[in-house]
Every structure is written in structure tokens, then in C-alpha cells.
Design a protein around this ligand. Structure first.
Ligand SMILES: Cc1cc2nc3c(=O)[nH]c(=O)nc-3n(C[C@H](O)[C@H](O)[C@H](O)COP(=O)(O)O)c2cc1C
Length: 203
């Protein structure tokens, strides 16, 4: 399926409304395994970029939330340089969304609540993984998971202090739609105080 184009008269004033519509379509679209997968770009203090896929776990008017290890490479880069960018590419819809802005850690209670709802295996994994650090062998990690499993026993597993959420607070959201037999549509929303300016861009 190709995108359906972005009709001028139907462009909402609010980018979250357009995101809501596209997000609902991406989730309803069969054959798309992971619509919540998004590329997260960060850069270190020297401006050298890197990116990786993370999953969108929550979004609202405050921004877009993903969870990760707070000592990983992305965490180190975000500590040095809090500017980040997200990119969704929904191939079945032939749509792309770019979101640029500042990244902050979410409130501890928000991370606690999300962590509490994760499967036990993922909780143990979050404790065991020293994400992005050198690992001598996969055995070391599985042994650590087994050890933690025993240590926690039947107790509820608390969130590790080195794991939690980040929220990207957008200052720019761009929607790209590959309309059939036509030029691509690009609509960008730029944050201007409490409001959003809307521009159409050359494809
Ligand atoms: C489909 C997919 C989903 C992923 N989701 C996450 C995620 O939500 N959080 C996360 O920390 N890593 C996730 N990863 C792993 C990251 O891509 C990355 O390898 C890891 O976070 C380490 O990145 P860093 O070294 O840049 O910090 C995912 C990978 C894939 C392919």
C-alpha cells in the first residue's frame, strides 16, 4: 500500500493529532511486525552521531518515551548532548515521521510503573545487562541472569537504578508520505512557544 497523500484541508493544527491518526493506521496495518520500532539518533559531545532501534512505549503531548539502560552508549551520549532524533519508517504505509528535540529521563515513578509490568525475564535481563559494555562470552550473561533469578527468589523484582525511561520532547515533527504517482508530501511542524508553525517542504 502506498500513502494517500496529505490533503491540505485536513492538516490538523496539532502534530499530535496527525501522529495519532498515522499511529492508529500503522497499528491496524497487517503485516507490520513492529510499528513501534523507531531509530533513535544521538551524538556525542563532539557531534559524532550514532543511531539504533528502540521501541516507542508511550507517547502523549509531553513527548515520546522509550526505555533503556542508563549506562549504555546512548545514555552516555545523551548525557553529553541531550539532543536526539527519532525516525519511524512504516513501509506498508510508505510513511516516515521524524521527531527532533531534547531528551530527558522520565520521572522515577513512571519508570517504576513500566518496569513492574514487564515480564520477569525482561526484569532479570535489565538487572544483568551492562548494555554496550564488552562481554567476554554469552555464558557470562546467562550465568548472571541465573544467579539473579536465584537471589530474587519469589520476591517482586525492583527496577534497577541503571535502567529507565527517556522522553524525547519534540521541537520539530515532520510527516512524510509517499503518495502514489505523485510527489512525496512533506509537512513539518515547528514548535513556536505554545503553538506549532506548519510548513510544507519540497520533497
Ligand atoms: C526491534 C528492536 C527493538 C529494540 N528495542 C530496544 C529498546 O526499546 N531499548 C533498548 O535499550 N534497546 C533496544 N534495542 C537494542 C538497541 O537497538 C541497541 O542495540 C541497544 O539499545 C544498545 O544501543 P547503544 O549501544 O547505542 O546504547 C532494540 C533493537 C531492535 C532491533
Amino acid at each position: 500500500m502506498s500513502g494517500s497523500g496529505i490533503d491540505e484541508s485536513q492538516i490538523p493544527n496539532d502534530p499530535y493529532e496527525l501522529f495519532r491518526q498515522w499511529w492508529a493506521q500503522a497499528q491496524a496495518e497487517s503485516g507490520m511486525k513492529e510499528p513501534s520500532g523507531m531509530s533513535l539518533a544521538t551524538a556525542d559531545a563532539q557531534g559524532r552521531p550514532s543511531n539504533r532501534i528502540v521501541l516507542l512505549k508511550h507517547w502523549d503531548r509531553r513527548g515520546f518515551v522509550f526505555y533503556s539502560n542508563y549506562t549504555s552508549r546512548k545514555a552516555r551520549e545523551l548525557h553529553e548532548n541531550p539532543h536526539g532524533a527519532l525516525l519511524f519508517w512504516w513501509d506498508k504505509l510508505r510513511r516516515q515521521i521524524r521527531v527532533c528535540g531534547q531528551v530527558e529521563k522520565v520521572a522515577e515513578r513512571e519508570s517504576d510503573a513500566y518496569f513492574a509490568g514487564r515480564p520477569r525475564g525482561s526484569q532479570l535481563g535489565a538487572w544483568a545487562s551492562q548494555q554496550s559494555r564488552p562481554l567476554d562470552s554469552p555464558d557470562t550473561l546467562s550465568k548472571r541472569v541465573a544467579q539473579l533469578d536465584e537471589e530474587f527468589g519469589n520476591d517482586p523484582i525492583p527496577r534497577p537504578p541503571h535502567w529507565g525511561g527517556y522522553r524525547l520532547i519534540p521541537r520539530e515533527i515532520e510527516f512524510w508520505d509517499d503518495g502514489a504517482f505523485r510527489l512525496h508530501d512533506r509537512i513539518v511542524y515547528l514548535k513556536d512557544g505554545e503553538h506549532w508553525q506548519i510548513q510544507r517542504l519540497y520533497p
